[in-house]
Design a protein around this ligand. Structure first.
Ligand code: VGL
Ligand code: ZN
Length: 185
């Protein structure tokens, strides 16, 4: 049996309906992710969290492309409550924490002990990673690509995604497949 893990990307209030960067299919992505986790109770679940300082370079006020979002210490930076029963602190990885660096990929995200996502996946003996979350065309895409490059097999769970832009979402999926990432329901 292949060792698997689930990586949940940015299921965070600011990306979900009502948040500052509410994404398409975001509430559905939370519900579908919960369902998937419940179906595989023995599989470890790792969470990637966009976690910006208030002056982050990706914010419009700093000349960046995005409205302010996922600011450390705010409600908007918290993981959706439906997922909290599955959260273990040592398996939460924060990214985008340096004000000067944009970081879409969760690959280099760090937990509170300073370990990276990749490092902990290795420690768990992971061979195949199932990726869910938001947003398809940014953090899900870049995290999945980095995991593949690092030698993991990667399957993106299509029903468990949320996205910024319909067209961006639809174009990203075949790109990921062409790179060797499986996109499955
Ligand atoms: C994301 C834009 C800015 C994402 C994060 O999670 O896809 N997108 N910060
Ligand atoms: Zn961000």
């Amino acid at each position: 049996m292949m060792e698997t893990a689930i990586v949940v990307v940015d299921e965070i209030y600011d990306f979900i309906t009502g948040g500052s960067m509410a994404c398409i299919h975001s509430e559905e992505s939370v519900a579908a992710t919960v369902e998937n986790i419940r179906r595989h109770p023995e599989v470890p679940v790792l969470f990637v969290c966009d976690h910006h300082p208030a002056n982050h370079c990706s914010f419009k006020e700093q000349g960046g492309p995005w409205p302010s979002h996922c600011v450390q210490g705010t409600h908007g930076a918290e993981i959706a409550k439906e997922l909290l029963p599955f959260v273990r602190e040592e398996l939460v990885f924060y990214k985008g924490c340096d004000p000067a660096i944009e970081q879409y990929s969760g690959f280099d995200g760090r937990n509170e002990a300073g370990q990276s996502l990749a490092e902990v996946l290795e420690l768990l003996g992971t061979e195949l990673v199932f990726v869910t979350g938001i947003a398809t065309e940014f953090c899900v895409k870049e995290t999945s690509e980095d995991l593949l490059k690092a030698g993991f097999k990667v399957s993106v769970l299509k029903d468990c995604l949320g996205w910024v832009d319909q067209d961006g979402h639809e174009k990203s999926l075949p790109l990921l497949e062409a790179e060797g990432i499986r996109v499955i329901s």
